[in-house]
Design a protein around this ligand. Structure first.
Ligand code: NAP
Ligand code: 3JN
Length: 346
């Protein structure tokens, strides 16, 4: 993004797993920045982060941090977004929020640029970034939704620990080392919960992400249900999700089963996916090629493979969808929205 009007940008949660990826993308993509403000908690104030070869000092995020800021990119948790995003808007900034704080608000667009960038252009100051598991699923399914219609989606996720923040990455690495060293592993972080109960993630799979709701599904699972309906603008699309944490550092994988509304030809489905924006089809079973979390790490695309017809339902379709959860699932989707807004305003 060169040769454009330069803007003042604030990153809230600049020291976190998502915030660090946002900063790195702003640098790599030559985002047109005039002034960059890096905000975090009081604990981090005074530390420095290198940006384009220069040290930038982290400041404590406060209501007055946003004076002169035009784009405020939030990833410091929902409580901070609720507290500070209205102040950023008051100061005239456009907020792009990575948390669930505003996602379901009717006057806040919930945006994946490949799917519904038009909604972002009608914002009232705040634009919400969906949950990572939703983003990669809807990015891949939208072109199929447009061509055939979708009746029902059943998804099981295999989510990387980086989705639960820097401390969860540390926990997986420490537990793995301790087990290999013959020591008793300590579990203090996962699953993220209000109960003082945690499980070993190394060499394991934990079928709980976020807290449980009253219906037996977790909040992460219900985010996939409700956010998909909002992004597609379709209350009728049926979604059921099971979200599972696995011992992978980067890259969420998803087994997705969809029932389309209209008949389809498998080859046409693959062609549509191969041509879809932001999507890469990796589907050569004869060569054992399919999307892998390790291959998706540090990439911006959503990878789709194992595309196959269901054997029991005439309009049923299976696929495997993988993406870097901290990039397309969070930081890249945020920066991409900001880039598109800047393009639209030029
Ligand atoms: P993380 O690694 O734990 O980082 C948390 C960040 O929030 C740090 O920069 C931290 O600053 C900052 N923070 C904490 N308390 C603060 C306060 N009182 N004032 C200002 N900043 C404060 O977490 P993460 O993985 O980056 O995730 C952060 C948030 O992003 C999550 O809570 C979630 O809402 C959202 N997220 C969204 C997705 C998605 O699916 N789109 C994925 C992951 C995360 P200090 O270092 O100073 O404590
Ligand atoms: O666990 C994951 O893989 C994704 C986690 C996302 C997350 C973590 C803490 C709080 C969210 C989110 O984006 O939905 C939130 C939240 O803001 O509710």
């Amino acid at each position: 993004m060169g040769n454009q009007l330069k803007v003042n940008v604030a990153v809230v949660g600049a020291t976190g797993a998502v915030g660090q990826e946002i900063i790195s993308l702003l640098e790599k993509r030559d985002f047109p920045i005039n002034q960059l403000k890096l905000l975090a908690s009081k604990r981090s104030a005074g530390k420095t982060v290198m940006f384009k070869g220069e040290p930038v000092t982290i400041e404590e995020a406060t209501p007055e941090s946003f004076a002169g800021v035009e784009y405020a990119l939030f990833s410091a948790g929902g409580t901070i977004s609720k507290e500070l995003a209205p102040h950023a808007v008051r100061h005239g900034a456009v907020v792009i929020d990575n948390t669930s704080a505003y996602r379901m608000d009717t006057d806040v667009p919930l945006v994946v640029p490949e799917v519904n960038m038009d909604a972002a252009l009608k914002h009232n100051g705040i634009i919400a970034n969906p949950n990572c598991s939703t983003i990669q699923m809807v990015a891949a399914l939208k072109p199929l939704y447009d061509r055939y219609g979708i009746e029902r989606i059943i998804v099981s996720t295999y989510q990387a620990v980086s989705g639960a923040g820097a401390s969860a990455i540390e926990e997986l690495l420490t537990q793995t080392k301790d087990i290999l060293d013959g020591k008793e592993p300590q579990a203090n972080i996962l699953p993220v919960s209000k109960l003082p109960v945690h499980h070993q993630i190394a060499f394991n799979a934990i079928p709980q992400i976020d807290l449980f709701t009253d219906n037996g599904f977790t909040y992460e699972e219900m985010k996939m249900v409700n956010e998909t309906k909002k992004i597609f603008g379709d209350e009728q699309v049926q979604v059921a999700a099971t979200c599972v944490r696995i011992p992978v550092v980067k890259g969420h994988s998803e087994s997705v089963y969809v029932e389309l509304k209209n008949d389809y030809e498998l080859e046409e489905v693959k062609q549509i996916l191969a041509n879809a924006p932001g999507v890469e089809l990796v589907d050569s079973p004869e060569e054992q090629k399919y999307p892998l979390a390790t291959d998706s790490a540090d990439k911006l695309e959503v990878f789709v493979g194992r595309v196959r017809k269901d054997l029991t339902h005439p309009r049923g379709l299976h696929m495997w969808i993988v993406s870097d959860n901290l990039l397309k699932g969070a930081a890249w989707n945020t920066v991409q929205i900001a880039e598109e807004l800047i393009k639209a305003n030029n």
